[in-house]
Write a protein that binds this ligand. Sequence first.
Ligand code: NAP
Ligand code: GDD
Length: 357
Amino acid sequence: MAARTALITGISGQDGAYLAELLLAKGYRVHGLTRHVSGAGVARLPGAAWREAEIQGRLQLHLGDLLDGTSLTRLLEAVRPDEVYHLAAQSHVAVSFGVPEYTFDCNALGTLRLLEAIRGLGLIGHTRFYQASTSELFGAVTERPQRESTPFRPRSPYAISKLAAHWHAVNHREAYGLFACCGILFNHESPRRGEAFVSRKISLGLARIDAGLQDCLRLGNLEARRDWGHARDYVEAQWLMLQQPAPDDYVIATGEQYSVREFFQAAAEEAGFDLAWEGEGIDCVARATAVPSGSRARAGQVLLRIDPAHLRPSEVPDLCGDAGKARTQLGWQPRTDFRALVREMVAHDRAVVRGAG
Ligand code: NAP
Ligand code: GDD
């Protein structure tokens, strides 16, 4: 049987890198959309897997952009993929307040451009489509935990753009019969997470403080609560959705919730720091009462301060998902717990920072 063909938009991102690895291991031919401005390129794909796949001609990158419908149509026409994993997006919530029009163009209209290209090329009956929806859709939540039936109450330009994309995918399923699945994924992190997201900012920041390369971390809202899983586990759910007999939408989450403050506390402990919390609100600081042996940081040093610049105009304070449907219908469940996730990220960034020093 011929190898199945997948197209991943956003292959240079966190999820794209893990998903490409997963699909290559399953014998797929993988095509990735990358844009000209990409800084990391495929740097997040581990070297060995990337070289081996390239040698075998099973991984191919193509220039394109969600803002350029022609490039999307041309690529879909050339590749005629069995499966499209649409992961590309302007994915940073805080950034979306600064560039709301761009965010909507990229995330909402970009998705529509892809869907309409699939339809225009007559690929509806051939191509299965995964839409990267998000727990941000629940926003100002109306029930806990959030499940597929929980109403959407988006609270940022990012979430609103993703809401439009979500409904376009659903509408292509209902109106034209496209096999389209929306994965409503809660936060998922990893050592490949972008450095501007809070988990990676913390793991990398602590490694840099330990090495004497950074004085302290400056964060925004410490009390926001998130349901944090591992990206490696979550891309498996993306694949499983497209292997089902019928398309559907699924919440993917761990069902456990921790605050940003708790993430920082756990990461500091994993990095070998003892902490004392002092002050309230924007005056809150975390001070090291003990530091790891060999550290360039010193006992008494302030490791964390609040910087109002990182507070958002509107916040999503409280996310926690119920992935019961995915567990029952996909046989999916997370493998990595919160503490193991934090440990892996802290250990990775310590090794990276020490290696660079
Ligand atoms: P990410 O690391 O930020 O990756 C985003 C990807 O999109 C990158 O490959 C980026 O390319 C690409 N991209 C951005 N703008 C583009 C454009 N105009 N044209 C083509 N490509 C473009 O995101 P992620 O964490 O892997 O998340 C993957 C998807 O899941 C995103 O849609 C995100 O919104 C959604 N999601 C993420 C989470 C999470 O917790 N991670 C949860 C729910 C949903 P460059 O390398 O060139 O920047
Ligand atoms: N990025 C960031 N930087 N967030 C901070 C900081 C900081 O300095 N300080 C506190 N936070 C808080 C944010 O206000 C938010 O409540 C929480 O930490 C998590 O922020 P991010 O890591 O930026 O993630 P997010 O939850 O806003 O969005 C991510 O998850 C969504 C799924 O729920 C992104 O990956 C989205 O693309 C994704 O849809």
